[in-house]
Design a protein around this ligand. Structure first.
Ligand SMILES: Cc1ncc(COP(=O)(O)O)c(C=O)c1O
Length: 435
């Protein structure tokens, strides 16, 4: 007798950005993972071609990280961030300071990316206040960017679909055009890149009045915008502009940090370091909720004073600096460094890109292969990204489906053979969609 397969109801759970009704008709319910593969409750296996969401950088089922979490939990699982810290948080802070350029002296921990970007914006405002520039409050960010779902973070984000329902959002955010292909809005009527998008940032600072502008927040490589690489000159010049007008530069490295781009941080890739680095997702390999901001001394020193001055940073969250998260974070970063997984991301990422370029060469629906390291995008001429996502999922590969692109970002432990398998499924999925 054939055993009847019952589909568990998902009606009581809201899955991010998915319509509950249709999700429940074809749910993705993952119960196990091993290496770069995950397995659903129906027994189907998938390649985790997006590392969860750019998070499971070390792959699934890493027992050593689970053991670290268990051991830390046995010792102490929670310390109140309002009155204490813990050895695990101190060790992780030391490690982060040790592996980043010397200007970063101070770390603040959180549990998710939005808390980190939210805090970075607050910190930029409070910094200026404490340095005698209390009118500097505006934030410049880019259309198509994504910085998270909380108040300032969603206000700074530039994806209309994800924010308009919540209007009015916190004020003081000025959006400018990002460098984005094809037909970059800033200079689309000209033949090539004129870096007009950068001029727009300087123009915005000047027209808003530099004495009102606190910060620029930017992802070094814009994922939600379609895996957009900036022109080479963009970030070094942006750094100069921020210095010129006393504006705090915040890099949102929630996706790009911790080896994803074949460097520890994409700031290195794009040739400029910010005043505040926001990190999340891959920092713990997904084995515990963890995020952080790494703060340059120039900013951090404004928060150092006597108790009655009240210059401490006035933002915090209950699970920030959680000992279990921090212990796992330290172990995950050491694993990343000790096993040269950043080098692997560079090498296998290039291999994957070459395979995807071969697919593109024979598939006219594909416009270009974008990205760097293990952060790649397959851009289409038509808005078939969602359909390609569906077709790939049916074939056992999970991707990110944008309107006219799919994001491909497998764990940093991916082998060349596994990269070939991913490219093969992408090829078949696109062929099915365009057929
Ligand atoms: C670039 C970027 N910044 C911030 C966030 C927000 O992070 P979280 O969802 O962990 O709050 C995300 C999430 O996808 C992101 O991609």
């Amino acid at each position: 007798m054939v055993e009847e397969l019952t589909i568990p109801t998902t009606n009581r759970v809201m899955v991010d950005f998915n319509q509950m009704k249709s999700f429940g008709q074809d749910p993705l319910i993952l119960e196990r993972g091993e290496g770069i593969r995950v397995f659903d409750v129906f027994g189907k296996s998938y390649i985790d071609g997006l590392s969860g969401v750019f998070t499971t950088n070390l792959g699934h089922g890493v027992q050593a990280l689970v053991d670290v979490a268990a051991e830390q939990g046995r010792q102490i699982a929670f310390t109140a961030p309002t009155m204490a810290t813990n050895p695990a948080a101190l060790r992780l802070a030391d490690l982060l300071i040790e592996i980043t350029p010397e200007q970063y002296t101070t770390v603040k921990f959180f549990t998710g990316g939005s808390e980190a970007t939210e805090a970075a914006i607050k910190m930029a405002r409070q910094y200026h206040l404490q340095r005698g520039h209390g009118r500097k409050f505006k934030v410049i960010s880019r259309y198509l960017g994504y910085h998270g779902g909380t108040g300032f973070a969603i206000a700074a984000s530039g994806q209309t679909e994800w924010k308009w329902r919540f209007d009015p959002l916190p004020g003081g955010v000025i959006h400018v055009q990002p460098p984005a292909r094809p037909g970059c809005a800033a200079c689309k009527r000209l033949d090539g890149c004129t870096l007009a998008c950068l001029d727009l940032i300087e123009d915005a600072i000047v027209r808003e009045h530099p004495e009102t502008v606190a910060a620029v927040i930017a992802e070094p490589i814009m994922l939600a915008a379609g895996v957009q690489m900036p022109p080479e000159e963009y970030f070094p010049r942006l750094r100069e502009i921020c210095d010129q007008y006393n504006v705090v530069l915040i890099h949102d490295e929630i996706i790009t940090g911790f080896g994803r781009t074949g460097r520890l941080f994409a700031s290195e890739r794009v040739g400029a370091w910010p005043d505040i680095i926001c990190c999340g997702k891959g920092i713990s390999g997904g084995y515990a909720p963890l995020s952080a901001i790494l703060v340059a001394d120039k900013i951090a020193s404004a928060f150092w004073g006597e108790p009655d001055e009240g210059v401490q940073f006035w933002a915090g969250h209950t699970f920030g600096g959680n000992p279990v998260s921090c212990a796992v974070g330290e172990a995950a970063i050491r694993m990343l460094l000790d096993n040269d997984l950043i080098g692997n991301a560079e090498r296998v990422g290039e291999h994957l890109a070459n395979r995807l370029r071969e697919v593109a060469a024979t598939q006219p629906a594909i416009g270009e292969i974008r990205g760097v390291g293990m952060l790649r995008g397959v851009a289409f001429h038509e808005p078939i990204g969602k359909a390609v996502y569906d077709a790939a999922r049916r074939r056992g590969l999970l991707l990110r489906g944008g309107a006219d692109f799919v994001g491909v970002a497998p764990p940093l432990v991916t082998t060349p053979t596994e990269a070939d398998e991913i490219a093969g499924i992408v090829a078949d999925a696109v062929a099915e969609v365009v057929a």
